[in-house]
Design a protein around this ligand. Sequence first.
Ligand SMILES: [Cu+2]
Length: 469
Amino acid sequence: MRHSFLLSARVYSTLFVLLLLAAGGTARAQTSNLPNFPASYRPDVSFTLKTHIGAKGMTFRGVGNGIDGVDNPTLKVAPGAVVQITLIDGDGAEHDISVPEFQALSNHVVGMNASTVIVFRADQTGRFDYFCTLPGHRQAGMEGKLVVGKATATQAVEASDISRDPADVPPPVGARGPGQVHFTLTTEEVKGRLADGTTYIYWTFDGKVPGPLLRVRVGDSVTLTLKNAAGSHMIHSIDLHAVTGPGGGAAVMQVPPGQERSFTFKALKPGLYVYHCATPMVAEHISNGMYGMILVEPAGGLPKMDKEFYVMQGELYTTGAYGQRGAQEFDVNKLLDEQPTYFVFNGEVGALTKYHPLHAKVGDRVRVFFGVGGPNFTSSFHVIGEIMDRVYAWGSLVSPPVRDVQTVSVPPGGAVMVELTPEVPGKYLLVDHALSRMERGLVGYLEVSGPTNPAIYRSDYPPAPGSGH
Ligand SMILES: [Cu+2]
């Protein structure tokens, strides 16, 4: 099978490019380390992957060599091996393949059966990602693993999962009257996973991003104790937008490491409000993860829903480029220039896709508490494939909701409550419709299970087996 590909005219032309590169040609480098190979290089191992669109979304499908027919096969190679991957366009759309850890990036393939090749030396051990770099394709499913060395070898990242599960929502206040409520939050500086193989020192409320959703009722008298962990290096504080009073609390809540402060406020107005650390440089503290929300429910509570989720958007500014592995440092110049390296939902790349996707069933009434910690970028919040039934703009819960909305703007330090009901099963993407940010980590999944509803959504071609067409 592979042999026939090697004899195809397209692969010959690819080999010609390889030889050009080996001879020091200036054609776009297929891999940056390729010129180090002799012109007569022979790969130690080669794989063929064919792009495929099917029930699993977009994938790389293995051809021969022990991976035949496997979607996104794990490619296992020995340390130091020269690895060749041939990519064949199996669906006619445009694709490429990249293994960034080895600086391997292919040309684009365009058109059915077009092909290209990457070659690189697997000069480090571990588990690495390969994926299609075309916008959205990786998110649609075009990614897999390259394992160099023992199959069990992993790039151990000693870092905690700082992303808050969006299902981590406290129960509704219900019909109770106003009363006394007490919360204790602890500010902690923790090494967290920012992306696969990448860590960052986050500053958090209670070790997660965002901080916990605080849920009270209008008229409640709220006492908040803020403890700053003994291991902290910084003073931390809190400013809640639900508070009426200097600094939203921050004027009396600056807490040195190892100490605590308390204050009490009356929740005067219903709404969904952001809270954040307000210790200079405030933008740095927010960017590092110090934001969350407080929900002040109106008298009688909010209408009951089947599912409630808590999602917040933020930006991170790191000295290393997006996706660079290892421990990343905060970059103050990028922050001041407002040039984020990462955009994230709930603190890390993959928080709402790989680690904590949202789950619902067809017909569920779904509510999302969505806020922007920022510190700087407005979100154009959108759910791909859904229409929001009700949008409580700016987090105002007493104003009538706007009905049937595609996309809603949410400013930094602002929030929105949205409600929707999925009618059709499948995977729905939470995005900021400033979609460049998807390539910087900003996407979440709402995974909806349940019966199909062909009257609302169906594919008409090719016809389903047994449909009589
Ligand atoms: Cu802080």
